[in-house]
Structures are given as structure tokens and as C-alpha cells.
Design a binder for this molecule. Structure first.
Ligand SMILES: [Zn+2]
Length: 255
């Protein structure tokens, strides 16, 4: 257990204790202060690429929000998502041998976001393509096609991802859509998670279709360890979902 070298049980207990506090006092100043500390310690590094866009377009508080799990339709040879450092570097078993660890967590976080978002009064839903490998990105059942339709109808769509470990990843942050009309939800997510440049990697498939990509954090270190540990898994998923729902709620109310 290589991770045992870094993380004591005491550390885990403290984190779990703090998570419980967030669940009940997320709007208080106390929780916000702790959030700042935990955000950097649990989600790992933020993206540090130069980026200067600002999301200023106002949106209605009833904005229809669609959340999708990154790689839910692309579990073939290419584009399956990161296997995470535990599997790739340290010999751990995949969480589910039929899908990448990234997708395993993306699905759980997607569902937690919708559950919490609905409880908080957001107009939010998710999309499940139902087929784990669709080769043609333009097939009507893909995340990209469904998300693009949602956007054409006036909604906001984003895919959640965990970034690659080590030198292969950049860290947490929002990859914006390639559009002139970035809005206050984009701005709020970028402030909380980090801000990728507008033309990251020359413009990825999702952002070209108007779909935002939220990199939650690199699938390594404390974040991955806390997701994989049965004693902290649910709290960690709920914590990540809370950060996202809070950021969206703030973005809907920014002036
Ligand atoms: Zn991904």
C-alpha cells in the first residue's frame, strides 16, 4: 500500500469530519474558509496555463443545466479516459474492469450532482448514452450530440472529467466552450476550480460543440485515495458534487 506512506488514518478521519461539516454548513463563513483549505488539499493542483477569458453573460436562474459523464460513450481503444495512478502506476485493480476508473467516478459524481442540484432547486438533469462505445462522435446518441442539442435549445451543458495523473494531466479547472458568450456560470466554475484557456489543445470536440468540460482534479494522490477508500468514498463524491452545485448556484445569481 504505497499510499499508506502518505496518508495516515488520522488524516482521513479529519477530512471526513470536515466533509460532514460542509454538508450541514456549506453556506456559512466557517465552511467557506475550510472549503478553501480543502479544495487545494483534496482536488490537487489547479491548471496553471495562461488564460484570460471572463464569463460575463447573464443567465436566468431557471437555466436548464445538463451534466454528462465524460467518456460514457467512448470505452473503446481510444478516448476511454484515464485509468488513474492507482491502476496505471501502483498495480491496483480497476474499480470496474469493463470501464476506465475515470468513467467509474464520472458516473458516480454525475448522479450525485443531479441529486444534490435538484434538492437545491436547480433546473438540472443528466444524460446517459446507454451504450459504452459509440465510434462516431456525431452519432445522435453520443454525449456530444445530445449536449449540442441541449445547447441549441438554450440550455447549458457540461461534461465532468478527472484529469490524467502525473505529467499527463494539467489539474482541475473549467475548459470553456468556444464561444463569445461565456456566462456567469462559466465564470463561477472557473473561479472555484481553475480556468483553462479558450482554445485548449486547439479546441476539443466538446467545446467546439458548445459543451463545457469540468476537470475535477487529477486522478491521483489524496483525491484518488479518498475515492477508492470505502470509508471515505461517499463523502468524497458528495464533497465534489457540493463544490460543483455551489459553484453553479453562485453563477446563476451573480450580478
Ligand atoms: Zn476525461
Amino acid at each position: 500500500m504505497r499510499f499508506g506512506l502518505y496518508f495516515s488514518n488520522l488524516f482521513l478521519s479529519q477530512q471526513i469530519f470536515l466533509f460532514s461539516l460542509f454538508s450541514f454548513t456549506s453556506s456559512s463563513l466557517f465552511a467557506e474558509t475550510n472549503y478553501q483549505k480543502n479544495s487545494s488539499s483534496i482536488l490537487g493542483p489547479r491548471v496553471s496555463l495562461k488564460s484570460d477569458w471572463v464569463g460575463t453573460n447573464k443567465v436566468k436562474s431557471s437555466l436548464q443545466i445538463l451534466v454528462m459523464a465524460g467518456h460514457a460513450d467512448s470505452q473503446g481503444l481510444a478516448g476511454a479516459g484515464t485509468s488513474g495512478s492507482a491502476v496505471a502506476l501502483y498495480g491496483s485493480k480497476p474499480m470496474d474492469p469493463t470501464i476506465s476508473d475515470e468513467l467509474f467516478w464520472n458516473l458516480k459524481v454525475r448522479d450525485a450532482i443531479v441529486k444534490l442540484g435538484k434538492a437545491r432547486g436547480l433546473n438540472i438533469s443528466s444524460y446517459e448514452p446507454g451504450i459504452r462505445n459509440i465510434d462516431d462522435g456525431n452519432d445522435p446518441k453520443t454525449n456530444w450530440s445530445f449536449g449540442a442539442r441541449h445547447i441549441r435549445e438554450g440550455g447549458y451543458a457540461f461534461e465532468i472529467h478527472f484529469d490524467s495523473y502525473g505529467e499527463f494531466g494539467f489539474g482541475s479547472g473549467l475548459i470553456p466552450a468556444i464561444t463569445r458568450s461565456l456566462n456567469t456560470v462559466d465564470e463561477s466554475l472557473a473561479r472555484r476550480f481553475g480556468r483553462y484557456p479558450l482554445f485548449f489543445r486547439g479546441g476539443l470536440g466538446a467545446p467546439r460543440r458548445g459543451i463545457r468540460i469540468l476537470e475535477i482534479g487529477k486522478l491521483e494522490g489524496k483525491l484518488e485515495e479518498m475515492l477508492r477508500s470505502s470509508s471515505s468514498q461517499k463523502e468524497t463524491i458528495d464533497y465534489v458534487a457540493l463544490q460543483i452545485v455551489d459553484a453553479i448556484s453562485d453563477g446563476l445569481n451573480l450580478d
